[in-house]
Write a protein that binds this ligand. Sequence first.
Ligand code: GRG
Length: 257
Amino acid sequence: MRYAVLGGGKRLRPLLVWHACAAACDRPKVCLPAAAAIEYIHAFSLVHDDLPAMDDDDLRRGQPTLHIHTSEAMAILAGDALLNLAFAALTRVNIDPAHCLRLVEELTAGCAGMISGQIFDSLPKADPAIEDRDRLERIHRNKTGALIRAACRIGAICGGASADTLSALTTYANDIGLMFQAVDDLIDVEQLAEHTGKRTGKDADAGKLTYPGLLGVEGTKAEIARLQAEAVAAVEPMGPKADPLVAIANLLATRDR
Ligand code: GRG
């Protein structure tokens, strides 16, 4: 569990919890257990995603994946334990118990969305009627987007956000969630494993639906710019408190690992 949680990573989702909370209130420290909870779920999802039955990856953050480092059984168990630890962490958020229950709902929705996204990704032919663009967005709104959305909404709820602020942060989260994946797909075709710390080129090799595969590289860059602008526009009316969220959106649009 320590290997999975403390072995590096950008800490994007806890940062989103923190800055969504800070955009809503003046005491963002209240969200720290919830920020940890989100990172436990994220670490869990990566461990299970890397397993032979899922993406079958041997490299993550420049290190052997957990099942290579230990064993498949230990990797499954570490993931299971992190899932439970996440919900235990939520009980330590010191807010009104009614709002704490909303956090449980949001984290559950994040997990459920992630699982359904993984199912849509694993069974691409299950629903032949759907257009490729809709299929791609459905996968990523769930697989990657659901936890990013949960991070922003959980931060906002910890900060006692108004309905308008919660709604603006949800729009922001939906945009950066899709943008995150479009950038990830670009990195997958444009960068080498030595630079990213994970295997690249796998998605195209596996014939997976990707943004560059569907829109081309230039089309993907245009889509990234569109989502970035929409994300920034959603939170800018909040003023300087939202500056870190704007900075995160801009950083995510230009990252190369
Ligand atoms: C965890 C509820 C639950 C279910 C597991 C395996 C699975 C079901 C879902 C897969 C979800 C998944 C791995 C989505 C990919 C998201 C993604 C692009 C991860 C990489 O995120 P970064 O770049 O990672 O933020 P770092 O290493 O920086 O932490």
